[in-house]
Design a protein around this ligand. Structure first.
Ligand SMILES: [Mn+2]
Length: 325
């Protein structure tokens, strides 16, 4: 076993020991949680509670789950950040690369007796007291499955559905380079617990309101392709969202449409929040490390997928990205 794998293994054991000994475990994932963040967190939440353990789970404001995650069991058991412990004895974060991505749960993380960080982002800045970060894992869900094993928490239907959703989201439905034999081994195990594969896939990836499709038509219509830089981008403003009656959370999959552009190596979608802050998503085919661009802007991610937020106007953000390319 490599030194890196050994240290992940040691951290995993330490995390399991702390969780096993804690009277209450406080779970949190990153702001605007994606499938891996929500699924990983909910899976451990279900498994702990099924074992009679006290677990409380939340994510930062805005406390809204994107509609395509509605099939994840247990969303109703999440508490708003205002009800999260201010100084948890043991706190666990999921898929969250830095303290600031915890938003208004950051003070709880800073005050936590032990802070266990479960993640697979290579850019994770190791802000925990125990950092279980495996950059070779296709999803945080993979790390959570191993932790459940270490804690001897049995697999069951609900955690299986949550972990499967996390895995299928972070591997792009088993299409990204991260889709290893181990990923299929885990998927095979999870599906054995009655994961509603078809229903989940439709909810996660296929189904959208008609209003959303019309918004997509408009913003794809004005996308810009910079041929020389092999770069494609588009943006959705608050006005676009308002005119079509679509929420920003519904638009998470936009980048997956834009990144289909054959002429582009790097793709980008910018979404404006009601506060005026913009959320920037970057994707690369691999020749450009978009994580480095995101890190320069205070964000993070992986070589192939990264993101950041900014309070600058959209044209300025785009110019900086083009310059970085
Ligand atoms: Mn992830």
């Amino acid at each position: 076993m490599s030194e890196a794998a050994n240290s992940v293994e040691a951290a995993l054991k330490r995390a399991a020991q702390l969780i096993a000994d804690a009277p209450v475990v406080a779970l949190a994932c990153h702001v605007s949680p994606d499938g891996d963040a929500l699924g990983s967190m909910l899976a451990l939440h279900h498994a702990l509670r099924a074992a009679g353990r006290k677990s409380i789970a939340s994510f930062p404001n805005p406390f809204v789950v994107a509609p395509h995650y509605r099939e994840l069991p247990g969303l109703e058991t999440l508490v708003p950040p205002g009800e999260f412990p201010l100084a948890p004895q043991v706190m666990v974060t999921f898929d969250c690369g830095s303290m600031s991505r915890l938003g208004d749960l950051e003070p709880s993380a800073k005050a936590a007796g032990e802070l266990i960080v479960l993640d697979h982002h290579v850019s994770n800045d190791r802000y925990g007291s125990v950092n279980v970060i495996d950059p070779d894992a296709a999803a945080t869900a993979v790390v959570v499955r191993r932790l459940m094993g270490e804690l001897e928490l049995p697999m069951a239907h609900e955690p299986a559905v949550c972990l499967y959703a996390a895995l299928v989201c972070d591997t792009g439905r088993f299409q990204y380079a991260t889709t290893t034999p181990e990923v299929f081994d885990l998927a095979r195990e999870l599906v054995g617990y009655g994961v509603p594969v078809e229903r989940l896939s439709r909810a996660l990836f296929e189904e959208h309101r008609f209003a959303y499709l019309q918004l997509v038509a408009e913003i794809l219509g004005r996308a810009e392709l910079c041929v020389d830089q092999r770069f494609v981008w588009t943006a959705v403003t608050v006005d676009d969202f308002d005119r079509h009656g679509v929420t920003i959370d519904e638009a998470e999959g936009l980048i997956d449409l834009v990144r289909r552009t054959a002429e582009a190596e790097v793709s980008c979608v910018i979404k404006e929040e009601p506060t005026g802050t913009v959320r920037v998503s970057l994707r690369s085919l691999g020749n450009v490390d978009v994580c480095r661009i995101a890190e320069r802007e205070g964000g993070g991610g992986h070589r192939f997928a990264a993101g950041f937020t900014s309070s600058d106007p959209i044209p300025e953000v785009i110019e900086r990205i083009k310059a970085a390319l």
